[in-house]
Each structure stands twice: as structure tokens, then as C-alpha cells.
Design a protein around this ligand. Structure first.
Ligand SMILES: Nc1ncnc2c1ncn2[C@@H]1O[C@H](COP(=O)(O)OP(=O)(O)O)[C@@H](O)[C@H]1O
Ligand SMILES: [Mg+2]
Length: 241
């Protein structure tokens, strides 16, 4: 199997605070990996460090078999940050067109992709509204739609479904499943435990380390509990001891 993401002993401190102590994580082609952990555990820092937006203090991040940071690789990834980076004084469609062109899309291809990703996040009827009037959830959905443009081999999604209602959340996860089945890879952070259950493997980040990393069912077995939420609680408790 080809690892699309391979993190080896990644470390990152902010001042005296060592947020990432020793991060080892792989994401394979055709796989959805969930990264979960308490708020402030360092999930976003894992992502920013592997992408080179924060400078690693140690270890190595390989993405698409290339040592990061690497500008060319960044262009091949669909990345959705935890905070939305949208042009508020443009409409949703204009945002999609702008970011789509940056990914090399144009003409009919761009139009078709905008139409498809808008459907996935249920923004079709809001496309010509200014983003400045969007709710938090709508901005999240637009950011997700942008990350889906260009059919990247790898999607890195930082809390993509915050503020999104359950029905649409399900629809989005269905699309993520389709993407996975196309042999593409997804790394997704979430604090919604039901979403963690829907991944192929889930990594639990506590105390700067990945303390557990396996298929959700296998984690439940090895922790002798019946849900990922209970795995999470048990692992957190163990880490505090
Ligand atoms: N740029 C930064 N400067 C200083 N501290 C930071 C910075 N980014 C994150 N942190 C700290 O690192 C820790 C992990 O943050 P973060 O990765 O955002 O956690 P998570 O995404 O799991 O909620 C937090 O304590 C946060 O305050
Ligand atoms: Mg975060």
C-alpha cells in the first residue's frame, strides 16, 4: 500500500509548550483516517506542521511521497483549514471560481465542478449571495466545497462539519466515502464521535502523542467498550494517570 501521508516522529513546540511530542501517523490511498483528541490537543498543529505552515522542530512529514514542506505538493492537496479563508466581498460562486482557477480548472470543467461541489454541501441556491452574509455553517460548507474542487488525490480537512446540521453532515460523509472509494485519501479531524466511527482508521491524539491508532471497531475491542466516545474517555483517563 502507498502511504499518501507518512508522519515520523513529528515534533512541535510553541515556546515552552511542547504540543507535539512524537507524532507517527500514516494515511493510505483509499482510506479515511480520523484524527481525534480533546480541544487544544494539537490536531490543527499536526496538520499545519505537516503542511509546513508551522515549522517542525523534529521528525519528518512525507506527503505524496515527498518530504514536506514542498510548494508543489501543496498544490495537489485539497486542504480545508479550521478557520475559513474566504473572500467575504465576493459571492460563493466567485470564491469557487477563484480557487478553482488557482487549481488549474477553467471553462466547462470549472463550471461542472462548481456545480458538483455546491450540490455536495447544499449551497446551490446560495451561490450568488455575498459570503459576508453567510452564517458560520454556510462558510464552513463553502470552505469544504472549495477543498473538493480539482479532485485532489489527498484531502486534509480540519473540522469540516462544525456548525453543519446532521442531515447535511451525513450527505457530506457519503461524498467522503465516494472519494475514498475512488482510491483517494482523506485525513479529517473531528470532535464528533459518530464521525470518528465512520472512518477507516482513527488516531487518538492525547498528550502530544498518538496513543491509539486503528480501525474504530478494533479500538473498541481493545479498550473493551462499545463506542469511540468511550474509547476516547477511557484513553483520556489513562493519560491523566
Ligand atoms: N501559533 C501558535 N502559537 C502559540 N500556541 C499555539 C499556536 N497554535 C496552537 N497553539 C497551542 O497549541 C495547542 C494545540 O492547539 P491546536 O493544534 O489548535 O489544538 P486542536 O486543533 O487539537 O484543538 C493549544 O494549546 C494552542 O493554544
Ligand atoms: Mg483544531
Amino acid at each position: 500500500m502507498t502511504a499518501t501521508i507518512d508522519l515520523k516522529h513529528l515534533q512541535k513546540s510553541f515556546g515552552k509548550q511542547q504540543v507535539l511530542k512524537d507524532i507517527n501517523l500514516t494515511v493510505n490511498a483509499g482510506e479515511i483516517v480520523g484524527l481525534i483528541g480533546p480541544s487544544g490537543a494539537g490536531k490543527s498543529t499536526v496538520i499545519k506542521t505537516m503542511l509546513g505552515m508551522e515549522k517542525a522542530d523534529g521528525g519528518q512529514a512525507l506527503i505524496l511521497q515527498t518530504t514536506m514542506p514542498n510548494r508543489l505538493v501543496l498544490g495537489k492537496i485539497g486542504y480545508m483549514a479550521q478557520s475559513d479563508a474566504l473572500y467575504e466581498d465576493l459571492t460563493a460562486r466567485e470564491n469557487l471560481a477563484f480557487f478553482g482557477r488557482m487549481k488549474g480548472l477553467n471553462g466547462k470543467k470549472l463550471k461542472d465542478e462548481i456545480s458538483h461541489v455546491s450540490q455536495v454541501v447544499d449551497l446551490t441556491s446560495d451561490l450568488d449571495k455575498l459570503v459576508s452574509g453567510f452564517s458560520g455553517g454556510m462558510k464552513r460548507r463553502l470552505s469544504l466545497a472549495i477543498s473538493l474542487l480539482g479532485s485532489a488525490q489527498l484531502l486534509i480537512l480540519d473540522e469540516p462539519t462544525v456548525g453543519i446540521d446532521p442531515a447535511l453532515r451525513r450527505q457530506i460523509w457519503h461524498e467522503l466515502g465516494v472519494i475514498r472509494d475512488q482510491g483517494r485519501s482523506i485525513l479529517v479531524t473531528t470532535h464528533v464521535m459518530a464521525e470518528a466511527e465512520a472512518t477507516d482508521r482513527v488516531a487518538l491524539l492525547i498528550g502530544g502523542k498518538i496513543v491509539a491508532f486503528d480501525q474504530p471497531q478494533k479500538l473498541e475491542q481493545s479498550y473493551d467498550v462499545s463506542s469511540i466516545e468511550d474509547v476516547f474517555l477511557k484513553a483520556e483517563k489513562e493519560a491523566q494517570q
